[in-house]
Design a protein around this ligand. Structure first.
Ligand code: GLU
Length: 470
């Protein structure tokens, strides 16, 4: 059975690239009737951030990427948090020590620094040559040590990656990595192998930064007599042709996009296509459709550039599809943030805005007219296209008030235009400006009256009458 995993480090942040790795691993497992596992890689405890695991779990949940095994839900291969598996790694490190595939290293920081200062690019295997007896004595004395992988000094190693094809690495370019640190915790270089094997991972899907170190992991699989997984390395998501989309850009996190008002599935849909081609020319796909069409041969070897404009467009398709009720619920936090306590019908505002926003944070701009009236600018009555003037507004304002009081606003405005020998558009312009004080509104005068209610509309028009000195 296919088993894939997502193995994030708890850094307090789920990068959009990490989310995409999780997504591909999920899609591949589900497409093949397999299981998707979440494993928390928290062995670098310096990097750990409180609450970070919850952030990952909640992000995956919002994204609709449901794991079959992992923290909280458990499973047959747990624990799924590496810091809880310390003893397991030590046991296998011991085996490697016995077979000579690993060795204890007592080198001090100072010695290593000096070695590098003298131009060394990798560890010089100094401690490999210590006698067994010396090693035992130094351990017994309580001297701190690490366990290093013993990598052959010459030769090459080739393995097959499903995206990149055959990858060959020269052993002389590889360092004798630390497998177990002096605090007894494993490094990623060791734990990933042990866990992928013990958790029955069949396909290892991860970032391309591990492509060239995979031969080291393969040596460990071989030394322990284990079958290697199928490797699928993924190109990063780029900000432009030179730079990765990074946390430093301030908006590379899944949560950052949610805050901007992107819908979770729109993000998932967009990033799915950023590095994978469904080969059906479709751009809008539900999670079930993504699963259905997913295949490894659609993964791209070249990196992809993140295009927020495209994601906005895709998001707008999902926004338009929402029920009016769902859209309103999603919009309320934005009203509360930008335009709280306005005397308007917020449900109706949602109705007006739904087709006019691409992402929910567009509400700020689209509803800016709600604040415009507070600093009414009579110059807005002047419109070149309609040839309207402030004087015209002055002449019409009383009739605009009357029209608002009438039972049929539209007809009243139409006859107003006729009686004054004006175009309807001229009257409508003046009417809408008088009501809102804004050039851009998500609807015409009639919609604005409905939004404000008759009473508030009349209050506004009378205030404008005063401003105009009419
Ligand atoms: N903990 C690693 C990372 O966050 C996971 C790499 C892997 O998937 O093997 O980069």
């Amino acid at each position: 059975m296919v088993r894939t995993r997502f193995a994030p480090s708890p850094t307090g942040y789920l990068h959009i690239g990490g989310l995409r790795t999780a997504l591909y691993a999920y899609l591949f497992a589900k497409k093949n009737g397999g299981k998707f596992i979440l494993r928390i890689e928290d062995t670098d405890q310096n990097r750990e951030v409180a609450g970070a695991v919850d952030i990952i779990i909640s992000a995956l949940d919002k994204a609709g990427i449901h794991y079959d095994e992992g923290p909280i839900v458990g499973g047959d291969y747990g624990p799924y948090v590496q810091s809880e598996r310390k003893e397991i790694y030590l046991k296998y490190a011991q085996k490697l020590l016995e077979s000579g595939d690993a060795y204890c290293c007592f080198c001090s920081k100072e010695r290593l620094a000096e070695m590098h200062e003298k131009g060394a690019t990798k560890y010089d295997k100094h401690c490999l040559h210590l006698s067994k007896q010396e090693v035992q004595e130094r351990i017994a004395k309580g001297e701190p040590y690490v366990i290093r992988q013993n990598i052959p000094e010459s030769g090459t190693s080739t393995y097959h990656d499903e995206v990149f094809g055959d990858v060959t690495v020269d052993f002389k370019d590889l360092e004798d990595n630390i497998l177990i640190k002096s605090d007894g915790m494993p490094t990623y270089n060791f734990a990933n192998v042990i866990d992928d094997h013990l958790m029955g991972i069949t396909h290892c899907i991860r970032g391309v930064e591990y492509l060239m170190s995979t031969p080291k992991y393969n040596l460990l699989y071989d030394a322990l007599g284990w079958k290697r997984p199928v490797y699928i390395h993924l190109q990063p998501i780029m900000r432009d042709s030179q730079h990765k989309l990074s946390k430093r850009d301030g908006d590379a996190g899944f949560e950052d996009f949610l805050r901007k008002g992107f819908l979770p599935h729109a993000i998932v849909n967009y990033i799915a296509l950023l590095g994978w081609n469904p080969k059906n020319n479709r751009e809008k796909l539900s999670m079930d459709e993504l699963i259905e069409s997913f295949s490894i041969d659609g993964l791209q070897k070249s990196s992809s550039i993140f295009d927020e404009t495209k994601m906005r467009w895709l998001n707008s398709l999902y926004v338009k599809e929402m029920s009016a009720e769902d859209f309103h619920t999603a919009a309320v936090p934005y009203y509360n943030e930008y335009y709280p306590n306005k005397n308007i019908d917020y449900v109706y505002l949602s109705e007006l805005l739904q087709s006019r926003v691409e992402v929910l944070s567009d509400i700020k701009e689209r509803a800016a007219f709600l604040d415009a009236f507070d600093s009414f600018d009579t110059e807005l009555f002047v419109n070149k296209k309609w040839k309207t003037t402030v004087d015209m507004a002055k002449e019409l304002i009383d009739d605009c008030i009357k029209a608002t009081e009438s039972a049929d606003l539209n007809t009243a405005l139409e006859s107003l235009a006729e009686s004054k020998g004006l175009k309807k558009g001229q009257v409508l312009w003046i009417y809408r400006i008088a009501l809102t004080g804004a050039i851009a509104t998500p609807g015409g005068g009639a919609e604005m009256v409905k939004l404000f209610g008759k009473e508030e509309a009349l209050r506004r028009l009378n205030a404008v009458k005063k401003i105009l000195g009419a």
